[in-house]
Write a new protein. Structure first.
Length: 283
């Protein structure tokens, strides 16, 4: 299976910016990422606009997407109401998520771990399209600390029929931990944060352990609004540079990605977390 890079910037990235972009601008971001060769783009989330105003107007964003062959467009769904909205858009893939700990689920979704697990199962059963389950705080929780790997393995097994992604939501993992948990769960993907400067080496460790999907966010946008200090998604262009220099083909136009980050910097009026778009490629 070829490597799939999923850019989560239009969803996970933008939801952490204080400035709310219009749906048309968000659709343009999705279109630019697809044109750059991303095999998957997480375009929207179907959440309450009063809770996450940055994600308001998801349906308008989807209407503005110019579908390209070779790109899969996904949307994040957190509950049954979101699933109904998702179904009406015709997106290619549903992404459901739950935390690996009780307290993270309560803070993030007002549910126990068991309730969150059941909710994800219901979303998947109604989806009718390929599904991804992202297990948040798989390596460490801001509220409970260390996470039992056995619990993560149980959750991954429960959703083995879907594509499982393990998320280092607060950026505490190191490569040995990532490799061991990816291998023992059989997870297809890894979602890393570079909060403590381990995100890119963790991504390589995930690939070496068998993962074939990596999440990243253009410009390094994003974090997690419900996880204190969880800044620093892996920057897509920085990751592409690393992978290509290591001889791992991505199919992504690096110069186009750099241009997207520069465009976003102009929109937000501040530097982004990524480094490559400022430093440039080499040689």
């Amino acid at each position: 299976m070829p490597l799939v890079l999923c850019d989560v910037g239009p969803r996970d990235g933008l939801q952490n910016e204080s400035e709310v972009l219009e749906p048309g601008v968000r659709a343009e971001l999705v279109n630019r990422l697809a044109a750059a060769g991303l095999r998957r783009v997480e375009a929207v989330s179907f959440v309450r606009p009063d809770r996450v105003p940055q994600m308001a107007g998801a349906e308008e964003v989807v209407e503005g997407i110019e579908r390209r062959n070779g790109t899969e467009y996904s949307g994040l769904v957190l509950n049954e109401q979101g699933a109904e909205r998702f179904a009406a858009t015709g997106l290619d893939r549903v992404n459901a998520t739950l935390g690996a700990t009780e307290e993270f689920n309560r803070r993030n979704g007002n549910a126990s771990l068991a309730e969150a697990t059941d909710r994800v199962a219901r979303i998947l059963s109604a989806a009718g399209v390929p599904a991804t389950v992202t297990i948040s705080v798989a390596f460490g929780c801001p509220f409970e600390g260390r996470v039992d790997p056995g619990r993560v393995r149980e959750l991954a097994s429960r959703f083995a029929a879907a594509e499982v992604v393990l998320a280092d939501t607060i950026g505490v993992a190191v490569p040995s931990e990532v490799g061991e948990l990816i291998a023992s769960t059989g997870a297809a993907g890894f979602h890393g944060h570079n909060t403590r400067n381990t995100g890119y080496t963790n991504a390589l460790a995930a690939l070496e352990a068998g993962a074939r999907l990596l999440d990243a966010s253009v410009g390094g946008l994003g974090g997690c609004p419900y996880a204190p200090r969880a800044s620093g998604n892996i920057a897509t262009e920085d990751l592409v540079y690393l992978l290509e220099r290591e001889g791992i083909e991505t199919g992504v136009d690096l110069d186009a990605l750099i241009g997207i980050s520069q465009w976003l910097e102009g929109i937000f009026g501040h530097a982004l977390e990524g480094q490559l778009y400022r430093a440039g490629t080499w040689p």
